[in-house]
Each structure stands twice: as C-alpha cells, then as structure tokens.
Design a protein around this ligand. Structure first.
Ligand SMILES: NC(=O)c1ccc[n+]([C@@H]2O[C@H](COP(=O)([O-])OP(=O)(O)OC[C@H]3O[C@@H](n4cnc5c(N)ncnc54)[C@H](O)[C@@H]3O)[C@@H](O)[C@H]2O)c1
Ligand SMILES: O=C(O)C[C@H](O)C(=O)O
Length: 329
C-alpha cells in the first residue's frame, strides 16, 4: 500500500535557500526514496508570485514522490498537519541595525510561526530553524509552542559541521568519508567552536595526528567560524546551496539516524550537559536513532575547548536575555 504523504513546510520558500532546497525535498532526499511528500510553502505576500513560479518548476520535474504543493502567506495554513517544518525565512540584518533590532524583527516572524506550529502541526512535528540568528530564533518559536515537546525545536549547525569536515579533509589529505566524530559547539555565529579533539581521521585521533595547535587556533577554527562571512564576501549573497544541503542532512539524520560509531552536530535545547545552561538552544555532538537524538555523553573537555565552548554559550545566554527583555520568550 502506498505510504501516506508527509507534509513538509518550508518558510521563505521563494528565497535563495528555498530554491536550492525544495527540489531536493521533492526528489526524496530529505526523508528517503520511498516517502511521498506534500509541500507547503510559506512566503510573505509580495513573494507569493515568485513562490508560484517555483511551484511551476516543481510541477515540471514530475517528481514521483511529490503529491502536491500549497502556497500561502498564512502561517496557520502553512503548518496545518506539518511533520517537518523548515524555518528558513528570516529578517536579515541591514545597515544600521543593532543586534537588539534584529532579534526584535525576527521575533515578529518566529513567535507567530511557533504559535501556528503549536496550534496546527502534526503531533510528530520536527522543526529545524535555518533563518538567522538561528539558535535564538528557534528559542523564540519554541517558547511560543508550549504544547509541542521542547526537544522538537532545533537549529542548524550542520553547515558548520560539514565545513569543518571539508577543512579537516583538506589538511590531512584523507577523504571526508574517513573523518568521524567532529563536533560544533555553541552558536551558529563566529563564536562557534569546531572541536577536533575527539575527531578521528582514518581511525586515528585528529588532534594528535595533526599535532599543531597553532593551525587549530589560527586557521582551522577561524576558517570554519567565519566561512559564512567569507561566502557573502565572495558571492555577494549568503550561502544557499550548501545551506540547503545541510538542512537536508540535518533532517535526514534526525529521522534516519547517525551511522554506527559516528555522531553529528545539531543545535538543540540543552539539558545542562557540558555546562551549557538548561534550555539554551546550543550545538552539541549528538547521535540519532529511531527519530530521536541524544547528546553524546562523557566526552573529556580540555582547557582549550572549555574556554571556547564557554564563550559561544555566553553569547547564546546574552541573546536569550535580550529576547527575554523584549518579551519574546
Ligand atoms: N543556519 C545556517 O547555517 C544558515 C546558512 C545560510 C543562511 N542562513 C540564513 O537563512 C536565511 C535565509 O537565507 P536566504 O539566502 O534564503 O535568504 P533570502 O533573502 O534569499 O530569502 C528569504 C526569504 O524569506 C522570506 N520571508 C521573510 N519573512 C518571511 C516570513 N515572515 N514568512 C515567510 N517567509 C518570509 C522572504 O520573502 C525571502 O523570500 C537567512 O536568515 C540566512 O542568514 C542560515
Ligand atoms: O547568512 C549568514 O549570515 C551566513 C550564514 O549563516 C552561513 O553560515 O553561511
């Protein structure tokens, strides 16, 4: 018997990431090659025509797994019965905008969307926030959805994880497929900490095999943490295809599991592990199985890592205080 289609909602569907993402979802790469999907595209009214154009192109691909596409500017409609919510649309920082202004503008987007998820989504809804500042936008949406289990709200650091994998592969000459157990800790921002102390390259500890703390501190970490800015500088627009790819990876792994012996990085509500204050949506090393994730326990954290994890987590705490002061959580 054919499976019931899974409803997947994408916000900001007419944007750059949306354009790179929708075709991959419709082709089965998000949930698997045997899972039919129904897409719901949420956009602001002026962008509905562009979203219609993308929907025409989706039609023209004749994807066997795509059972329908709905386009709307109403969040209550967009999240009706949704099982996977990809929150991509956000208010970018523009000239003269302070961080508080940015958080407030995004509160105006993520609070109502969280409420709509709360009121209309399917019981098994899983939420991935991509729109920046992703961790704190996820916190805002989560706070507006008290009936949805808190752990269903996640934010994306898989792009940072993938960037770190590639940089490590370049440095060591090993293929990406031979690198395991990398971790991104903290915020999806320049304070994030890509940690290779538990990573393995072809079965050997990465930090020991490289044995060069200078490279780690002065090249690897800043390259990964500032890669988003470097792409904006080079392309004149923020990463889109790689961000869409990471969103597909994040959800696919969450639903289908991490490979044996490996883990991934996801920004998830902290349970207090590793000294990260409870409730902050911070990136951790996680394993996934049976549709759930679990923080990898009992990793040793050395002084080099501790100070960097703490710095990123401090930034997240400040963002949480700022949105609390604005009444957004
Ligand atoms: N977490 C990550 O790793 C990561 C990586 C890359 C980009 N991003 C972020 O993803 C976001 C989207 O990037 P993009 O390049 O697609 O931007 P974009 O400007 O091309 O597209 C954003 C779209 O969102 C729409 N939008 C705005 N407000 C909306 C609302 N209330 N409801 C629905 N849609 C709305 C806009 O109309 C626009 O079409 C940005 O915030 C960007 O910084 C995050
Ligand atoms: O959109 C941005 O500011 C950068 C983006 O988050 C990225 O990491 O590529």
């Amino acid at each position: 018997m054919p499976r019931t289609p899974v409803t997947v909602t994408v916000t900001g569907a007419a944007g750059q990431i949306g354009y790179a993402l929708l075709f991959r979802i419709a082709s089965g790469q998000l949930l698997g090659p045997d899972v039919p999907v129904r897409l719901r595209l949420l956009e602001i009214s002026p962008a509905l025509a562009a979203a219609e154009g993308t929907a025409m192109e989706l039609d023209d691909c004749a994807f066997p797994l795509l059972t329908g596409v709905d386009i709307t500017d109403d969040a209550n409609v967009a999240f009706d019965g949704t099982s996977v919510a990809l929150l991509v649309g956000a208010r970018p920082r523009t000239k003269g905008m302070e961080r508080g202004d940015l958080l407030e503008a995004n509160g105006g987007i993520f609070k109502p969307q969280g409420r709509a998820i709360n009121d209309h989504a399917a019981d098994d809804v899983r939420v991935l926030v991509v729109g920046n500042p992703a961790n704190t936008n996820a916190l805002i949406a989560q706070a507006a959805a008290p009936d949805v289990p808190a752990e269903r709200f996640t934010a994306m650091t898989r792009l940072d994880h993938n960037r770190a994998l590639s940089q490590l592969a370049k440095k060591t000459g090993a293929p990406v497929s031979e690198i395991r157990r990398l971790t991104i800790w903290g915020n999806h921002s320049a304070t994030q900490y890509p940690d290779i102390f538990h990573a393995e390259v072809a079965g050997k500890n990465a930090a020991e095999a490289i044995g060069d703390e200078g490279w780690l501190a002065d090249e690897f970490i800043p390259t990964v943490a500032k890669r988003g800015a470097a792409i904006i500088e080079a392309r004149g627009a923020s990463s889109a295809a790689s961000a869409a790819n990471a969103a597909v990876d994040h959800v696919y792994t969450w639903v289908n599991g991490t490979p044996e012996g490996d883990w991934t990085s996801m920004a998830i509500p902290s349970d207090g592990s590793y000294g990260v204050p409870e409730g902050l949506i911070s990136s951790f090393p996680v394993t996934c199985a049976g549709g759930s994730y679990r923080i990898v326990p009992d990793l040793a954290v050395n002084d080099f890592s501790r100070v960097r994890i703490d710095a990123s987590v401090r930034e997240l705490s400040e963002e949480r205080e700022a949105v609390r002061a604005l009444g957004l959580i």
